[in-house]
Write a protein that binds this ligand. Structure first.
Ligand SMILES: NC(=O)c1ccc[n+]([C@@H]2O[C@H](COP(=O)([O-])OP(=O)(O)OC[C@H]3O[C@@H](n4cnc5c(N)ncnc54)[C@H](OP(=O)(O)O)[C@@H]3O)[C@@H](O)[C@H]2O)c1
Length: 216
C-alpha cells in the first residue's frame, strides 16, 4: 500500500516507518525539517518536507505521492511534561486545522483510507477539541487510533510508568501496522490489547457505532 505518513518523525511515526517499509509498503514520511528528512530517507521512506499548515504545499505533496492511505501521526507537544498545559492550544490547532487540511489533501489525492492518532483518555478541559477532531475523522470514513499514555524511550515516561491507560511506545507502533485495513471506527490501543470504542457523538453520516468488543 502507498502510505503518506504525516508525523513520520514523532515518537510513534519514527518507529512506524521501518515497520511499514519492512512489511512491503511504500511510505512517504512528512517532516518540517530538512535535517530529519535525511533520517527518514535512511529508514526507507520518501521524505517530504512540508508544514501541515501550508495547505497548497500539503495538497501538492499528497496528490503528488498518490497514496492509498493518509496516516495522521501529527501532534504539537513539548519535550517536557510540565509544559503540556502551555502547548494545549497548539496541539488543539494541529488536531483541528491540521486534520482538516490533511483530510482535504487526502480527498484531493483520492486516498481511500485515513487513520489518525488520538488518545485513550480525556485531559481536563480538552475533551471538546478531541471529540471534534475524532468526529471529523469518523465523518470522513476514517479510523481513530486512541493510544494509551506512551512510555519507553523518547517519551515522558522513560524510566517509570504512567497511570493507565498506557502502552509502551514500541508496542504502540507495532500494534498500528495490522490496523491499516480496519473499517471506520475507533480503536483503543493499550497494553491490554486493541479494543473498539463508541464515538462521543454519532458520526454525522449516521453510521452505527462499532460494538465495544475486544478485537485482539
Ligand atoms: N499518547 C501519548 O501519550 C502521546 C502521544 C504523542 C506524543 N506523546 C509524547 O509527547 C512528547 C513529544 O512527542 P513527539 O516528538 O512525537 O511529538 P511532537 O514534537 O508533537 O511531533 C510529532 C510529529 O508531528 C510533526 N509536526 C508537528 N507540527 C507539525 C507541523 N506544523 N507540520 C508538519 N508536521 C508537524 C513533527 O514533525 P517535525 O517536528 O519533524 O516537523 C513530528 O513528526 C513525547 O514525550 C511523547 O511521548 C505522548
Amino acid at each position: 500500500m502507498r502510505i503518506f505518513l504525516a508525523g513520520a518523525t514523532g515518537v510513534i511515526g519514527i518507529r512506524l516507518v521501518p515497520l511499514l517499509v519492512g512489511a512491503g509498503h511504500t511510505v512517504a514520511g512528512m517532516t518540517r525539517s530538512p535535517a530529519k528528512a535525511s533520517s527518514l530517507d535512511q529508514l526507507g521512506a520518501h521524505p517530504v518536507v512540508c508544514d501541515v499548515f501550508d495547505t497548497p504545499a500539503l495538497t501538492e505533496a499528497v496528490v503528488g505521492f498518490g497514496p492509498e492511505m493518509v496516516m495522521h501521526q501529527l501532534t504539537d507537544l513539548p519535550d517536557r511534561v510540565d509544559e503540556l498545559g502551555a502547548f494545549a492550544p497548539r496541539n488543539d490547532r494541529i488536531r483541528l486545522e491540521g486534520t482538516e487540511s490533511l483530510l482535504a489533501a487526502a480527498a484531493a489525492a483520492g486516498a481511500r483510507r485515513f487513520l489518525a492518532q488520538s488518545i485513550a483518555w480525556r485531559p481536563p478541559g480538552r475533551g471538546e477539541a478531541l471529540d471534534r477532531f475524532e468526529a471529523m475523522v469518523l465523518d470522513a470514513g476514517g479510523v481513530v487510533l486512541r493510544y494509551g499514555q506512551l512510555y519507553g524511550p523518547g517519551t515522558y515516561y522513560e524510566s517509570d510508568l504512567p497511570p493507565p491507560p498506557r502502552i509502551h511506545v514500541d508496542e504502540a507502533a507495532r500494534a498500528t501496522v495490522p490496523l491499516l485495513d480496519h473499517p471506520t471506527g475507533i480503536v483503543v490501543l493499550t497494553d491490554e490489547g486493541a479494543s473498539s470504542a463508541a464515538p462521543a457523538a454519532p458520526p454525522r453520516a449516521g453510521r452505527s457505532p462499532p460494538p465495544a468488543t475486544w478485537i485482539t
